[in-house]
Design a protein around this ligand. Structure first.
Ligand code: GDG
Length: 534
């Protein structure tokens, strides 16, 4: 949630979009004993001091402590080091990562600002849960101020292999920052292993067989002056995987709300699933022309190389056109280069080319929510996706059918669930992703219903949702084939596959994820328990 000034001068709360907000929002709302410290989303230079005071009050009344960042700080810390250095590198897009000493300095300074903000709120023995790659220095900054804090840190994105991580000029500093925590969490075991390998490689620290990293809080022993760690000050950092879940019932219920159903029915009608068939979707005039030309075999021999899509369709399918079912493919993503949108669009295009029976019958609803528009790579990506959607639509559109419905604005949760519910197939093919909640939300919206999931092997969710059609998202051919199979799956088979995955998702919710992380944190940071684990 962030506050924004409205045209009438008032201030309104706006829901943040993205995995972190989706995952932790419900826990935060239902647990009144916690406080959220975060960037205010507001540039203080654009407001009078009394407006800032009002906003601060408003935030605090919602148990939030705002950290106000200047435009330079946002550029250096958020757009810069966080999203132009760490984000691409951690997603294996090393060629996109920029290494600029200036943004690193701002990243350090802003982490200090967060440490100050948290310091005004905590007492010894309190628990602080630091979220994500924007605040990798914060655990150590807090540890040096409050040695008795319980500190956890969770990474929502992948943690890269040592070969990739060691490219980061300030990598060792980031690791030292993280080792201020008692518990360091990732979505998957693979990311834990990467992290431990990197710690061993860059910091040469001792890692116990159970995965704990042994540390000393003090760099040297004051009694002897030696650098040998004093066992009195030994502390352990536990590394563990906590695969994040979703609020399953929220998505299941929301998909059944009247607004979501209106959206679902609207999509089904627009794609012809509910009412029309391919033949009747042509206007009478064009259909007559099509039929006359198809009947004239001589015409075909001369014009086959320049046939209109309607003609190709009629020729290829003939009377069987009516037998091909209408289907809807959906996807929901932030417009981010890690989500693999261009590759996915190429696979969809290939599917239309290789399986012409789907032309006129499969409509793709692509919700691509704008994000990080102040980073150049994201603006370029938007242009690439615009162009590809235009290309496919230009190449395959019929008079009354458009292959891709492309929405580039953020929608409220009910229409998003309506889109999920309308999808016979969800195409979720990130090139790299920590978890990917969209795959899970789709399955929740198809509770007790058919619907097929095509899922990238490169996301954490693929480790859990093994009954989906798992594909390599870089392999356009494989995605095309998986999409075709998913479109052809029988309802019984789809339900059978979904049931196993849904059972898991129903149990492993976002709320349980929070509870498990926090109880593990309590356990590993309790000196008595920690000793027993030695
Ligand atoms: C990070 C990691 C990890 C998207 N557009 C709209 C909208 N969304 C919601 C989706 C979903 C969320 O945003 C996206 O979650 P993802 O998990 O797919 O991806 P990231 O934002 O990159 O999240 C990711 C996650 O953190 C959690 O740890 O899974 O790997 O990258 O909830 O529904 N929601 C609404 N309107 C939109 O237009 N209401």
């Amino acid at each position: 949630m962030s506050l924004q000034r409205q045209e009438d001068g008032g201030i309104a709360a706006v829901q943040s979009i993205g995995g972190l907000a989706t995952a932790i929002g419900p826990y935060f709302k239902s647990h009144r004993d916690c406080f959220w410290v975060g960037w205010s989303g507001v540039d203080p230079a654009k407001y009078e001091q009394r407006d800032i005071d009002r906003m601060t009050e408003e935030y605090r009344s919602r148990r939030c402590e705002p950290v106000y960042l200047t435009e330079d700080e946002i550029n250096g810390y958020y757009a810069g080091y966080s999203n132009d250095t760490i984000w691409p590198l951690f997603h294996d897009f090393a060629h996109e990562a920029k290494f600029e000493p200036a943004t690193w300095k701002v990243y350090q300074a802003v982490n200090e600002r967060f440490a100050e903000a948290v310091s005004t709120l905590v007492h010894p023995g309190d628990t602080v849960w630091v979220q994500d790659y924007h605040l990798m220095l914060l655990p150590a900054l807090l540890r040096s101020r409050f040695p008795d804090l319980r500190i956890g840190w969770f990474l929502h994105i992948p943690f890269p292999s040592p070969e990739i991580f060691r490219q980061l000029p300030n990598g060792a500093d980031l690791l030292r920052g993280l080792l201020g925590a008692d518990l360091v969490g990732f979505h998957t075991i693979d990311f834990c292993i990467n992290f431990m390998s990197v710690v061993r490689l860059l910091l040469d620290l001792d890692i116990k067989p159970d995965g704990r990293i042994a540390l000393t809080d003090e760099p040297s022993d004051p009694a002897t002056g030696s650098d040998r760690p004093s066992s009195r000050h030994k502390r352990y950092v536990t590394v563990e995987a906590f695969p994040i879940g979703i609020d399953y019932n929220l998505y299941r219920r929301t998909a059944r709300s009247s607004l979501a159903q209106a959206m679902q029915h609207g999509i089904e009608a627009a794609s012809g699933k509910r009412t029309r068939r391919i033949k009747t979707s042509l206007t009478a005039e064009s259909q007559a022309a099509t039929e006359a030309q198809v009947a004239d075999s001589n015409w075909w021999s001369h014009h086959a190389h320049q046939e209109l899509p309607e003609l190709a369709l009629a020729r290829n399918l003939g009377p069987d056109a009516d037998k091909v079912p209408r289907k809807v493919v959906v996807s929901v993503d932030r417009l981010d280069y890690t989500k693999g949108l261009p590759e996915r669009l190429r696979a969809f295009e290939l599917m239309l080319e290789r399986y012409p029976k789907w032309v006129g019958h499969v409509t793709y609803y692509l919700l691509a929510t704008p994000t990080r528009e102040n980073v150049e790579t994201y603006r370029n990506l938007k242009q690439t996706v615009d162009r590809l959607v235009g290309k496919v639509n230009g190449k395959y559109s019929l008079l009354s059918w458009t292959p891709i419905h492309y929405i580039t604005r953020s929608l409220p949760i009910k229409p998003v669930c309506g889109i999920y519910a309308a999808g016979d197939v969800a195409l979720v093919t990130p090139l790299r992703d920590g978890m990917n909640l969209v795959a899970k939300e789709y399955l929740a919206c198809h509770d007790d219903r058919d619907g097929a999931l095509v899922l990238s092997d490169m996301c954490g969710a693929a480790r859990e949702l093994t009954d989906s059609f798992v594909v390599n998202p870089y392999d356009i051919d494989a995605v095309c084939e998986a999409l075709n199979k998913a479109l052809e799956i029988s309802p019984d088979e789809a339900r059978r596959r979904n049931r196993t995955m849904q059972t898991r998702l129903k149990y492993r919710t976002a709320d349980l994820w929070c509870v498990e992380f926090l109880s593990t944190l309590r356990q590993v940071s309790d000196p008595g328990t920690a000793d027993r684990r030695l």
